[in-house]
Design a binder for this molecule. Structure first.
Ligand code: KMH
Ligand code: ZN
Length: 306
């Protein structure tokens, strides 16, 4: 079995600061957390930016630039920058960072879905920042828009910049969307599929759903034409990670997707979540890929460390 690639998703846009005091917010906090994740065993860090003063999700290219520079001073971890951004951004805003920074990887969301966050509301007694409550409440009526026109836009960008997409699959139809893009020649293998399971609006984090997605991907693309990884959003993180380690897939963890180390215990850092996967992989006899080994496994072309 090839070595295990661990992705650490540092801060995201779905976790609001009031949910955990350990969420990195400023460029320095985000970069430090990414570096610590890499030291713990992450081969990839998935990066969003936040407004330093109040943690609001941001598409400001200057913030991303600062984060990338700070990481690069200390680590050769693969940097995967979001093009998912947050609920309130256009695809142009979300993807602006790609031609500017030409990262090795970027996320590529493969379909529109409901992306509801309001179930987090009861967990928060006091809101730290004024935007958070409405942000969570409004997500009830929010569609995370990723249309075929958006795909076209992103496909051009990743072709121009040779950026390897982290292809985010929230439901089975998203695999068919990818198949359509392949048939039109807009994108070509080898793919890195990221099965995102447990978002309210997408497929749940059940074991049979993971095997179903994987089976469909094998039928559509052929098993040698893609690598795959799983995100168990929320409570399913550790169970789905265990399955992926055992089945030859890869794993993404991090405060973007899950804030708990175990039931009722907040993770104090992203590195702590990465360490848990490293320990699990050790128990299951799977070695961890370094960033350079991950570059080979994923066949990354734009390995310019930018
Ligand atoms: N937070 C994940 C569920 C993106 O950045 O493009 C999805 C995500 C989207 O990572
Ligand atoms: Zn993300």
């Amino acid at each position: 079995m090839e070595k295990l690639i661990i992705t650490s998703a540092i801060t995201g846009a779905a976790t609001v600061p009031s949910l955990t005091p350990y969420l990195p917010i400023t460029p320095k906090e985000i970069a430090d957390s990414a570096i610590a994740s890499a030291k713990a065993g992450a081969g990839i860090v998935h990066i969003h930016a936040r407004r330093p003063e109040d943690g609001f999700p941001s598409s400001d290219v200057e913030l991303f630039k600062e984060i990338v520079q700070l990481i690069r001073e200390q680590s050769n971890v693969i940097i995967c920058i979001t093009t998912g951004g947050s609920t309130l951004m256009t695809i142009q805003e979300r993807a602006a960072v790609i031609p500017k920074l030409r990262p090795e990887m970027c996320s590529f969301n493969l379909g529109s879905i409901n992306f509801a966050l309001h179930k987090s509301l009861p967990a928060i007694q006091t809101f730290k920042y004024s935007w958070e409550k409405a942000y969570l409440e409004n997500s009830k009526d929010f569609i995370f828009k990723n249309t075929f026109k958006d795909f076209e836009y992103l496909c051009h960008l990743i072709q121009e910049t040779h950026t390897k997409p982290e292809l985010e699959v929230y439901d089975v139809g998203h695999l068919y969307n990818l198949d359509h893009l392949v048939s039109e020649g807009q994108i070509s293998p080898p793919f890195h599929l990221q099965f995102v399971m447990g978002v309210l609006g997408g497929i749940r984090g059940n074991p049979e759903d993971l095997t179903f997605l994987l089976t469909k991907a094998r039928v559509l693309f052929g098993e040698n034409n893609f690598t795959w990884s799983v995100i168990g959003v929320g409570a399913s993180e550790i169970n789905l990670s265990t399955m992926a380690i055992h089945m030859g897939g890869h794993v993404r963890v991090g405060l973007e997707d899950n804030i708990y180390l175990k039931k009722g215990v907040l993770a104090k850092s992203n590195a702590e979540l990465v360490q848990k996967i490293v320990d699990l992989a050790d128990m299951l006899n799977r070695e961890i890929a370094t960033p350079d080994e991950a570059r080979k496994i994923l066949k990354i072309k734009n390995a310019n460390l930018a």
